[in-house]
Structures are given as C-alpha cells and as structure tokens.
Design a protein around this ligand. Structure first.
Ligand SMILES: [Zn+2]
Length: 527
C-alpha cells in the first residue's frame, strides 16, 4: 500500500472538518445558502491554518449541484469528480512569480466553465507575484466575467498591493488553538494506532505554532521511529526544547539557582538546539509571565520591568547570533543578570551559622544555633512589605540630618573594621539615606537584594551593636522606593503630618523563624 503522508490523508474534504476557523466557515456557508457570492476573496493567515483547504471546499460547495446547508453534498457528479475538475485552477505564485500562469489565466478566462457553474482560480502565496503579474491580475479583477471566482491566499497580507485588496472580500485565518490541534491529533493517533502520551501531544501542537499541517508533518516524522512518542523522543528527534524545558530554565531564575541555570544552558548548547527558536520560545513564555504579573500581580522574584528588559535583551540577542561568538554565551550573560549573588550565598547555611556563633562566643557558652535556613524560608511577601513600611515610618518619626551624618560615619567605620564578608558586602552595596536615633533606612544599589538584605537585618543589627555599641533597627529599600518615600515624607512635612511610632508586631511574618529572628533578641537558643 502506498504510504500517504498524514496531512494529505487527513486533509478535510468538507467544511465540518476544518478546525479553528468557525467564523470564516460560517460566513462562507451563509454566502452559499443566500446565493451571495463575491467574485474575489483573499484568505490571509499563517501557514497551515487551512486557507487552501477552505478555498477548495468552498469552490466545491459553490459548484455542488445539491449543497446541503451551504456545504458540498459529496455525492453529486461535481463533488465526486472534484479532483479532476478542469474548472478549478490552482496557481502557486511562489514557484515562478506566476507571470506565465496569469497570462494563461487571462487568455482562458473568457471561456465558460466546462462542468460547474463557476471557474475558480485559487492563487496560493499571491504576495509572491511579480509586479507585472499583479498588474495583469488587477485588470482581470476589475471586470471579472460572471462565471469566475478568484480565491487568493497569502501568508503575508502586507505585501499584497492595496489595489488588489480593495477588490477582494477578506478573511483572516487565525492560528489554530493548541487544544484544537491536540484534539485532532488525538483522533488521528487513535485511527492510525500511534502510541503517544498527552504531554507529547501538547508539545507537537505547541511546536506547530498554530498550523495543522505542521502538526501533522511532525506527527508523521515522529511516528516513523515506531517508539511511543514522548517528550524525550520529541526533544531527541527534533532539535528543540520543550515548553517544560523552558519553564525549567526560567524556574532557575525564580529559585535563584545559578548552577542549574548554567547546567541547562550547557545541555542545550551540547544538543545544538537551534538558538533562534529557543530564544523565541523563551520570549513567548516570559511575555505570558509578564502579562500575568500585570493582570494578577502574582508574586515572583522578577518584577514586570525585569520581564520587559529580559524580553528586549533576548530579542536583541537574535541580531547578534551571526557574529563570531557562541550564541549561548550571550544567553548566559543575559540570564545571569537576573540572579542574585547574595541570595545564593545565603544558601550556604553552615557558614552563616558559624559567623553568628563566633560573634556571640564571648557572651555565651555552648551556643547552638538553629539552622539558618529559616532565613531562606518564605517570609510572606505581604509581611515583608509591612515590615518595611513600619520601619520606614518609625525612622521618619525622629529622622534628622544630624542622625543621618552620624549613622553614615558609623556604618563606614563598621565596614572598615568588620571582617564579616557577607554583612560587609551587603552594607557596601547600600547607602544610608535616612536615620533617627533608633532606625536607619538603607538604599540598596541592586533592587534584587532588597528582600535578602531585609531578611539579614537582625544579623547585621547584632553585629553592629557589638562593633559600635548602637542598637539600630535597619530597613533596606531600593532606589525607586526611596524616591517615592522621600517625596511622601517631604509632602507630609509640608502638610504638617506627624509621624507616630507603629509597634513592631512579632506575629507579622508568617514563618515564625524569620520574624522571630528579626524581632526577638533571643534568636540564639542556649542549650
Ligand atoms: Zn455535490
């Protein structure tokens, strides 16, 4: 038996099986029912979305002797001989600019159809016609004989001259939805006895980018391996990475897991995954995340601006792939910008605890410190925000320039003498911007460090107390936040608003570990 590629075998012969273009199909059927047929149509849209198929079914329906509800009957002489019908003329403009075909068309156009009511000219990829072919076509479109219908199809509507467009009824074909492609693939796999899992179905639909023809070609290619089609098989056979693979990569940023990120990039590099399609997919997924962030305000380490900048950097990297540098190096550098060095150092819990233990050794004997991984545990975002709000407010109660100058000097001295690298680098990355006798606001130079710095504040406070004998309460904020807070403060001063202390509630933070750490002086348990 001759093997027929799936997309040919399952090409719809009727309107009912054309997927994802319901509005267009409905309109076309109605035009047949009401005998309201135009002489020129243009079908535009991405490849594989059913333009040519629809054109063929439509040309069958308009000639069908007994159409049923706008659809071809499939039984009449015209329907059954459709494939060999000389009145349906297909021209592929992509193959040779179409000049000869258009000339032939003009010569024969006056001749009446041999079988049906209409002669139908289907011109595929019409935007590829040469200028002279367009001009010839235009003359015909201006005064078409009553028995002719033109159906022009294009994947690039912008390149079709407006003079042509203005003479056509236009239909824009949409990319087919992933669920619709999955459903159709499922049906076909069942009929063809192709073993495939659900994840793989989704991945094929995703890779096909809304085109049924591409989805079926992929399925064809994959089914030849005669293994069950899985995500692994897809990644192996088609040099691509799955949506899941990209989500895993992006998750490393959320988790601030630099090593895993570099590991994954290296994997893609070694597998020679096409850089362009990889980056395009990353951009798609990030833009979804960015939109969700704006719509739902979901919490993530990255903010909307980060997503936006990331997208621009990635898009920009596509222009650099022809220069003589490994494209993946560019990807590494772009992604690494969104990791936070300090956060990852925090994960080295033992070191943390050692430092604290050493610093308190003189005061307490036999100290056992709770594992510091509390600090990494989630402090609820709301509570962290409240913590920041309260401390900013409390600082402003008595903020004075003289306190600020003092604090600046004290912090500088502390940085010079401290030998705790982690605290030192946190403070070096921050500026003291406001101070009272009890509170200090620090502005971090890297906004990704705000959360981790605040979570470290108790540790820093203890160390400060030991070194300079002051019991400051600290709060870290980023540049934008400081600008806002400063403006608010100045406005409040003008309006004579009086700041009052807000009590620091130790139940504020969900995970008692961190909150207690921050507010409870007895952080270290004595055995
Ligand atoms: Zn028929």
């Amino acid at each position: 038996m001759k093997y027929k590629v799936l997309y040919r075998k399952y090409r719809p012969n009727d309107f009912e099986n054309i997927i994802g273009q319901d509005y267009i199909i409905k309109t076309l059927k109605n035009s047949i029912i009401h005998n309201n047929i135009s002489h020129a149509y243009i079908f535009s849209g991405p490849r594989g979305t059913g333009k040519t198929t629809t054109a063929k079914v439509f040309s069958k329906a308009i000639n069908c002797l007994e159409p049923i509800d706008g659809s071809p009957c499939g039984k009449c002489a015209f329907c059954t001989n459709f494939q060999e019908n000389p009145d349906i003329i297909e021209i592929d403009a992509a193959s040779n600019n179409g000049v000869d075909e258009i000339r032939g068309l003009i010569e024969n156009i006056k001749l009446a159809p041999t079988n049906g009511k209409y002669k139908v000219y289907i011109i595929d990829e019409v935007h590829m016609l040469s200028t002279s072919a367009f001009n010839a076509l235009l003359l015909t479109l201006e005064e078409p004989p009553a028995h002719t219908i033109f159906i022009l199809a294009t994947t690039n509507i912008e390149s079709v001259p407006i003079t042509i467009l203005s003479r056509c009824q236009r239909f824009d074909f949409q990319k087919i939805k992933i669920v619709d492609i999955v459903a159709r693939l499922k049906e076909i796999c069942k009929i063809e006895n192709i073993a495939i899992d659900e994840e793989a179905l989704k991945e094929i639909a995703y890779l096909a980018e809304g085109g049924m023809r591409d989805a079926l070609s992929l399925l064809d290619q994959l089914s030849k391996s005669e293994e069950k089609i899985t995500l692994d098989l897809i990644e192996k056979q088609i040099k691509t990475i799955s949506q899941k693979g990209i989500n895993d990569l992006l998750q490393t940023i959320e988790d601030n897991d630099i090593n895993r990120c570099l590991e994954l990039i290296n994997e893609y590099r070694n597998r020679a995954v096409d850089y362009k399609s990889l980056v395009k997919k990353i951009i798609e997924i990030i833009s979804e995340k960015a939109k969700n962030f704006k719509r739902n305000g979901q919490y993530s380490r990255l903010q909307f601006t980060d997503y936006k900048n990331l997208i621009f950097s990635l898009a920009d990297s596509l222009n650099k792939i022809n220069i003589n540098v490994d494209s993946y190096t560019i990807l590494e550098m772009i992604l690494l910008e969104y990791f936070n060095e300090d956060d990852s150092k925090l994960k080295i819990n033992k070191e943390n605890t050692k430092v604290i233990a050493e610093e308190t050794q003189n005061e307490e004997i036999n100290v056992e410190v709770k594992p510091e991984n509390h600090i990494d545990e989630d402090v609820s975002n709301d509570n962290l925000e409240k913590f920041i709000e309260i401390r900013i407010n409390n600082c402003f109660v008595e903020a004075k320039k003289s306190y600020l100058e003092n604090a600046k000097k004290e912090f500088n001295d502390y940085i010079l003498t401290s030998n705790n690298g982690k605290i030192k680098s946190t403070l070096e990355d921050s500026d003291v911007v406001a101070a009272s006798s009890k509170y200090v606001i620090l502005k971090t130079s890297n906004k990704h460090n705000v959360d981790s710095s605040n979570k470290m504040s108790l540790e820093i406070e203890k160390s400060l107390k030991k070194a300079i004998g002051k019991e400051y309460k600290l709060v870290f904020i980023d540049d934008d936040r400081w600008k806002d807070e400063k403006e608010k403060y100045i406005l409040n001063l003008k309006n004579k608003k009086v700041y009052e202390y807000i009590e620091e509630d130790s139940n504020l933070l969900e995970t008692k570990t961190v909150l207690n750490d921050v507010f409870d002086k007895d952080k270290i348990e004595i055995v």
